[in-house]
Design a binder for this molecule. Structure first.
Ligand code: PRP
Ligand code: URA
Length: 209
């Protein structure tokens, strides 16, 4: 079974409170999502492999560590996942970015795929799939299906807010994909929205509706 990490870092929790607030406008919402994505990227990259190298300081030669240079891929689920990409790229600037377009049918709540564009060397990359919301879990499960179908074997999923129902389904569908969350909320409402949540992530990020 996959692992679930809920980030309790004070800076993440503080910023998330303002992301949730109905008083927060589009500009500030976007900035905060970007900042939280950077902080989460710092945590999610804890297990990146290192190799030893030699460096010459102004004083002496010494052994020191650098990243082993594993190839990374970031895959936002459109639309709202886009809001997390730049924040992650600040820490992992060499990562390639793929896109998976999915929307949730408002009646059935089932994900509908409309776009996929991934880096060519999918098999060689470690992917982080990002979306601010994990609600029923349908979109995340479908996006990861799509990635795996194209050859990806190493995938993590990162979101701001998750519902317990979505986490459970995602773990069942993809037991090899660890899940990284800023907050695990209470439940879904009758419309499939996370409670307390933050509302519609895409609309809040892009100022639609
Ligand atoms: C939202 C959100 C997730 C999805 C989560 O996207 O950004 O992708 O819902 O719900 P689920 O876990 O029940 O699948 P939405 O479908 O509203 O599309 P948008 O980002 O284009 O607005
Ligand atoms: N999608 C959102 O944007 N918000 C939710 O609460 C659930 C799905």
């Amino acid at each position: 079974m996959s692992k679930v990490f809920v980030f309790d870092h004070p800076l993440i929790q503080h910023k998330l409170t303002y992301i949730r607030s109905v008083e927060t406008g589009t500009k500030e919402f976007r900035e905060l999502v970007d900042e939280v994505a950077t902080l989460m990227a710092f945590e999610i990259t804890r297990d990146m492999p290192l190799v030893e190298t030699e460096v010459e300081t102004p004083v002496t030669k010494t052994k020191s560590m650098i990243l082993a240079g594993k190839k990374m891929g970031i895959v936002p689920i459109l639309r709202a996942g886009i809001g997390m990409v730049d924040g992650i790229l600040k820490l992992i600037p060499a990562a390639k970015v793929g896109h998976i377009g999915l929307y949730r049918d408002p009646q059935t709540l089932q994900p509908v795929e409309y776009y996929v564009k991934l880096p060519a060397d999918v098999e060689e990359r470690d992917f982080i799939v990002v979306d601010p919301m994990l609600a029923t879990g349908g979109s995340a499960i479908e996006a990861i299906n799509s990635l795996k179908k194209r050859g990806a074997t190493s995938i993590k999923f990162m979101c701001l807010i998750a519902a317990p129902e979505g986490v459970e389904l995602l773990q069942q569908a993809h037991p090899d994909v660890d899940v990284y969350i800023a907050a695990l909320d209470e439940k879904l409402n009758d419309h499939g929205y996370i409670v307390p949540g933050l509302g519609d992530a895409g609309d809040r990020l892009f100022g639609t509706k």
